[in-house]
Design a protein around this ligand. Structure first.
Ligand code: DGY
Length: 321
């Protein structure tokens, strides 16, 4: 008998076809995010759960699920902060993710947010669409030039380094980074280390966040951190909303402590802080970092490789717990 995989959201057709070639599959025809009850039922009814960032697999769901049939949680995504890994381990569940395949696309979105915010491109686009553009003027929508400016990268993993490469070689920016580990290869992407978060924030014209969300990094950028940034500086976040204290960010933007923000992720996704939506100096995207046909297919293939290895009795290549 083939293992039964419960897939919590609709995936690109090509991925669903590949999954069905190897496993019996339960698809979520409505594509609506599953609530706690539905997740618990899926864990009790299938051998594997192929889940996404919209599935809140917290301690209550994982510990509460009656006898578990599931043996593995295969996350369709690199970030897995929506899974309580400790509770998964307690229940004997293996957890995997999809690293590596979404690096470039996510760095592209971080770069786009930096450009959009610094050059006020969203404001310009809204102006044209609203029919409010009356023609070129020497003073309309003046932004910040990026060439020669300093980009501070918080977290220097794959995506942080890809962002450094783009900013340094593509835009001529000076790049500083903060990382727990020494990165001898940083110089190859034009980056030099900063001694502390405070120092990085204080010397950067743009700060881009690339650390995973964990209990330790929650609200890494809080009111205190924002106070270290420069009044003309911009914050970019493509990692996870939890890393930034959104209320403090709104207060800093309102007070002019910083000049703008480019966000792809939010604390209460998909809820957006109502004040952020009303701010012209903020660019808001709907968690699009990995949203290309190529990358979503690659993420699916990676998820499939983990499932196949696990049910073949081999170590899944991207095991995180
Ligand atoms: C990721 O892979 O972490 C993306 O943010 C989607 O979950």
């Amino acid at each position: 008998m083939r293992p039964l995989v419960h897939v919590t959201r609709r995936l690109p057709e090509v991925v669903e076809r590949q999954l069905a070639a190897h496993f019996d599959v339960v698809l979520n025809e409505t594509d609506a995010p599953l609530d706690a009850r539905a997740l618990a039922d899926a864990l009790a009814g299938a051998d594997a759960l192929l889940c996404t960032v919209t599935d809140r697999l917290d301690g209550a769901v994982l510990r509460g699920a009656a006898p578990l049939r599931a043996r593995i949680l295969v996350n369709f995504g690199v970030g897995y902060n929506h899974i309580d890994v400790g509770a998964a381990r307690e229940r004997g569940l293996v957890v995997t993710n999809t690293p590596g395949v979404l690096t470039d696309d996510t760095a592209d979105v971080a770069l786009a947010l930096m450009l959009m915010t610094a050059r006020r491109l969203g404001e310009g686009e809204r102006c044209v669409r609203a029919g409010a553009w009356t023609g070129w003027t020497p003073t309309q929508l003046l932004g910040m030039s990026l060439s020669g400016k300093t980009l501070g990268i918080v977290g220097f993993g794959r995506i942080g380094r890809a962002m450094a490469r783009r900013a340094h070689f593509g835009l001529g920016m000076r790049v500083r980074y903060l990382s727990r580990t020494v990165r001898p290869d940083a110089i190859e992407v034009g980056a030099t280390p900063s001694p502390s978060l405070e120092a990085l924030l204080a010397e950067s014209d743009v700060v881009s966040i690339h650390v995973p969300a964990t209990p330790e990094t929650r609200h890494l950028v809080d009111a205190d951190a924002l106070a270290h940034m420069r009044p003309h500086a911009i914050l970019v976040n493509t990692s996870r909303g939890d890393l930034v204290d959104e209320a403090a960010l709104v207060a800093a933007l309102r007070a002019g402590t910083i000049a703008g923000a480019g966000l792809d992720v939010y604390e209460g996704e998909p809820r957006i802080h109502p004040e952020l939506s009303g701010m012209e100096n903020v660019v808001l995207l709907p968690h699009l970092g990995s949203a290309t046909r190529e990358t979503r297919r690659a993420m699916g293939e990676r998820a499939l490789a983990n499932l196949v290895a696990f049910f073949d009795g081999r170590e899944p290549p991207d095991r995180v717990a």
